[in-house]
Design a protein around this ligand. Structure first.
Ligand SMILES: [Zn+2]
Length: 411
């Protein structure tokens, strides 16, 4: 039975929930903080912080302990930290060349993680779901971990409807109109919310929360292998469009005389900057995957002119598309993830030259370029952040100590 609150009581309850959310978000994103740091970061009063921390510790979501002194005089302040084992999420990734699973604790600690290579011809939904379930079982050992899981986040190299995890198209997996969310949810049988999003969108989320773009509100995250994806953050929010299909920068038409793309169109940006285009320019087997790209990079490092020319040409196409995006979006930072993180030392110069040539001067001068801070795991870490979002948005729902957190998740 819920007590009926008067309007003032309702307002103060709304404020309390928002304040709890602000504290848990800070601790989750930044790690352990002292009470004074929490006061400074949230703008709440010291006494409000004290009461809210008491609630979080009583529920076992946080603890407060003195840090080990590091040779500084005086007693160090106690630090408030989240309990990673109390609430965790299962993160899964379906990439073109690999499958991955991770168990991530509240606060972002990766408790277990595994990635396996996947042959490109193995693309049936049932086979991939079966392999993913097997990986999930491995990160959920020991079994007490299972009861702490409050949500599942999945990154997929495809175009996904966010409301139900329906994959409308994943050209590089060979999928069309696939009910991934439903099938995976049933196969995992964890009875907690499952959310699926595009891998590049999740890479962008991870970079903004924990990687190279931390604290930057306007970001383009570019990633890919064969396919090229992008996550676009505008004013601190992911650009999604009406149903979550937005931000597919890899399918931006750039070449009217270009090649056929996996999406059915021709001359998309990914047909000029993806791994296939790079390998073709270097005269290498185009379906050779990451190992063939690594061989090309090794040859380029040794000064091989064919490899260097292929990278230069790819960099110019990259810069051309980016010039358009920079003019439209005026980002503060472009993060090069996935394949492009590996190519970055070779493509940085032609990309910068193309931006100088093609982008408008004011946005060109304001945009920074950087390789990813998180490497190939960015989409997987972003999937974990997606699954944590309900808890971060309203931790009060998770504060009743007698319920298990997993029960809260399904309430
Ligand atoms: Zn396309």
């Amino acid at each position: 039975v819920t007590a009926r609150l008067d309007p003032v009581g309702q307002r103060s309850e709304t404020v309390r929930r928002a304040n709890l959310s602000a504290i848990v978000r800070e601790l989750h994103a930044r790690g352990p903080l002292s009470r004074s740091e929490l006061v400074a970061r949230t703008g709440l009063t010291r006494s409000a912080i004290r009461g809210l921390i008491r609630e979080l510790t009583a529920a076992g979501i946080a603890n407060e302990k003195r840090a080990i002194p590091l040779g500084t005089p005086g007693r160090p302040s106690p630090l408030v930290r989240l309990e990673p084992e109390r609430a965790s999420v299962l993160a899964l990734e379906i990439a073109v060349d690999s499958l991955a699973a991770a168990l991530v604790g509240l606060g972002g600690n990766v408790l277990a993680s595994i990635r396996v290579d996947r042959p490109r011809d193995h693309v049936s939904l049932d086979a991939i779901v079966g392999d993913l379930v097997a990986l999930a079982e491995r990160v959920l050992v020991p079994s007490r971990r299972r009861s702490a899981v409050i949500g599942i986040g999945v990154a997929v190299a495809g175009i996904v409807r966010r409301s139900d995890g329906f994959v409308w198209m994943a050209p590089n997996l060979g999928w069309r109109v696939t009910p991934l969310g439903q099938v995976l949810d049933e196969a995992l049988g964890l009875a907690v919310p499952l959310e699926i999003a595009n891998d590049a969108d999740l890479g962008a989320l991870a970079e903004v929360r924990r990687g190279a773009a931390r604290g930057i509100d306007n970001v383009i995250y570019l990633s890919g292998e064969v396919g090229v994806g992008g996550g676009i953050i505008v004013d601190g929010r992911a650009l999604a469009g009406v149903a979550g299909y937005g931000g597919e920068i890899g399918h931006m038409p750039v070449n009217p005389d270009g090649r056929a793309c996996g999406c059915g169109s021709t001359g998309c940006w990914e047909t000029e900057i993806g791994a296939t285009a790079l390998l073709r320019r270097a005269g290498r087997p185009i379906d050779g995957g990451r190992s063939e790209v690594d061989a090309l990079l090794a040859a380029a490092t040794d000064g091989d002119p064919v490899s260097l020319a292929a990278l230069e040409e790819t960099g110019r196409w990259l810069g051309l598309g980016l010039a358009g995006l920079v003019n439209i979006l005026n980002p503060g930072l472009v993060v090069f993830g996935g394949l492009f993180e590996h190519l970055y030392p070779f493509i940085e110069e032609p990309v910068r030259a193309m931006l100088d040539e093609r982008a408008l001067r004011p946005p060109r001068d304001l945009v920074g370029l950087t390789p990813s801070g998180l490497g190939d795991d960015a989409p997987l870490l972003g999937a974990a952040e997606l699954a944590f979002e309900p808890l971060l948005a309203d931790p009060a729902r998770w504060l009743r100590p007698r319920d298990t957190l997993a029960e809260r998740a399904t309430a």
